[in-house]
Design a binder for this molecule. Structure first.
Ligand code: ADE
Ligand code: ZN
Length: 337
C-alpha cells in the first residue's frame, strides 16, 4: 500500500461529522425492517445501492429520510450506532462526535427517549468495549420551522446530560442559518456546543451567518467559503475547524471530480479542515475510504495528512486534557512511521 495511505489509515483519528442515520447500511436496514414488519420500497440490497445516485443534496435527503423510517425502537437505534462504532474502530477512530436528527424520528411517532436512549447506550458500550470516546450532537432540520426546533430543544431537556451540542442540517438552500438565531441562542444559554452545516451548497453568506448570528464553533463542510477572500481570512484568523467530507462532496455533486476537491486549497489558505464520512452508507465509505479517495486523487504531502489528522482532534469538543492525550498519541504514532 502507498505509504501515505497506510499512514492515514493506521493513524489514531477523530471523526467530527457523521450523521448516525447516514451510516445505515442496506443489510441492517433490511434486517430491522423485517423485524419491525415495515415494508421497504426496495426488494434487495443491490436495488437500494443502485438508488444511491444523487444529483444534489435534496435527492439524497429524500432517500435518507425514507431509509431512517424503519427505525422504531430503542434497540434499532442501538444496533445502528453499534454498527457504525465497529466500522469506526476498524478505521482507528478513537474519538467520534456524531449527529442525530430527532425530528426525523419524532415526527413519525418514535419517542425521543427511544432514539436518544439507543444511541447513547451504544456510545457508552463503544467507550467501554472499544475505547472510543464520543460526543452527541442533536441537529435541527433546517427545512422545518424555528418553532419546531424550539419544541425539539424543549423535548430534549430531560436528556441534556446525554447531549453535548446542537447542529443544523438538511436542505441548505433557502434555509439560511439566520432562520435559527433564537433557538441557537437558547442552546448556547443551556451550555451546549454549536455547529452548523454551511457552504455545502449554500453561498458564503450562509457561512458568515453561521459565524456571526449562530456563533458556531465549527463549520460543517464550508467548501464555498473559499469563494470569499475576507471569509477565508476570518476563518483562518479564528482557527475555525471545517469538517470536510470528500466522498459526500463527490456523490452530491458539490465537486465534479475528486481531483478538484478544495482540501489542498483550504490547507494552503491556512484553514483547518479535517476528514469525515458524513453519511458513509450512502456516499461510498467510512473515514479511511475518504482518506483513500483524497490521497489517490490529489498530490497531498505527509505534512498535509498530519495536519488533517491533528485538526480532527484540535477541532473536537474533547476536554483540554483529553485533547492533549489524543494529540500525544497521534504524535507518538507519527514519530514511529
Ligand atoms: N443530513 C445528512 N447528511 C447531510 C448533509 N451532507 N448535508 C445536509 N444535511 C444532511
Ligand atoms: Zn453532514
Amino acid at each position: 500500500m502507498n505509504a501515505l495511505l497506510s499512514l492515514a489509515h493506521n493513524a489514531p483519528k477523530a471523526e467530527l461529522h457523521l450523521h448516525i442515520e447516514g451510516s445505515f447500511e442496506p443489510e441492517l436496514m433490511f434486517e430491522i425492517a423485517q423485524r419491525n414488519g415495515v415494508k421497504l420500497p426496495f426488494s434487495s440490497v443491490e436495488e437500494i445501492r443502485a438508488a444511491y445516485d444523487f444529483a444534489n443534496l435534496q435527492e439524497f435527503l429524500d432517500i435518507y429520510y425514507q431509509g431512517m423510517s424503519v427505525l422504531l425502537h430503542e434497540q434499532d437505534f442501538y444496533d445502528l450506532t453499534m454498527a457504525y462504532l465497529r466500522r469506526a474502530h476498524n478505521d482507528n477512530v478513537i474519538h467520534t462526535e456524531i449527529f442525530f436528527d430527532p425530528q426525523g424520528h419524532t415526527e413519525r411517532g418514535v419517542a425521543f427517549a427511544d432514539a436518544i436512549g439507543g444511541i447513547a447506550r451504544a456510545l457508552d458500550d463503544g467507550r467501554k468495549n472499544m475505547g472510543i470516546s464520543s460526543r452527541l450532537i442533536m441537529c435541527f432540520l433546517r427545512h422545518l420551522s424555528e418553532d419546531d426546533a424550539h419544541a425539539t430543544l424543549e423535548e430534549a431537556k430531560p436528556f441534556l446530560p446525554l447531549i453535548d451540542g446542537v447542529g443544523l442540517d438538511s436542505s441548505e438552500l433557502g434555509h439560511p442559518p439566520a432562520k435559527f438565531k433564537n433557538v441557537f441562542a437558547k442552546a448556547r444559554d443551556l451550555g451546549l456546543h454549536l455547529v452548523a452545516h454551511a457552504g455545502e451548497e449554500g453561498p458564503p453568506a450562509y457561512v458568515w451567518e453561521a459565524l456571526d448570528i449562530l456563533k458556531v464553533q465549527r463549520i460543517d463542510h464550508g467548501n464555498r467559503a473559499l469563494e470569499d477572500e475576507k471569509l477565508v481570512k476570518r476563518l483562518a484568523d479564528e482557527g475555525m475547524c471545517l469538517t470536510v467530507c470528500p466522498l459526500s462532496n463527490l456523490k452530491l455533486c458539490v465537486i465534479d471530480n475528486m481531483r478538484n476537491h478544495p482540501i489542498p486549497a483550504m490547507l494552503a489558505a491556512g484553514l483547518k479542515p479535517c476528514v469525515n464520512a458524513d453519511d458513509p452508507s450512502y456516499f461510498g465509505g467510512y473515514v479511511n475510504d475518504n482518506f483513500t479517495a483524497l490521497i489517490d486523487a490529489l498530490p497531498l504531502t505527509r505534512a498535509d495528512i498530519e495536519a488533517l489528522l491533528r485538526n480532527s482532534f484540535d477541532g473536537s469538543f474533547m476536554s483540554d486534557s483529553e485533547k492533549a492525550a489524543a494529540l500525544t498519541k497521534l504524535d507518538a504514532y507519527l514519530a514511529g512511521v
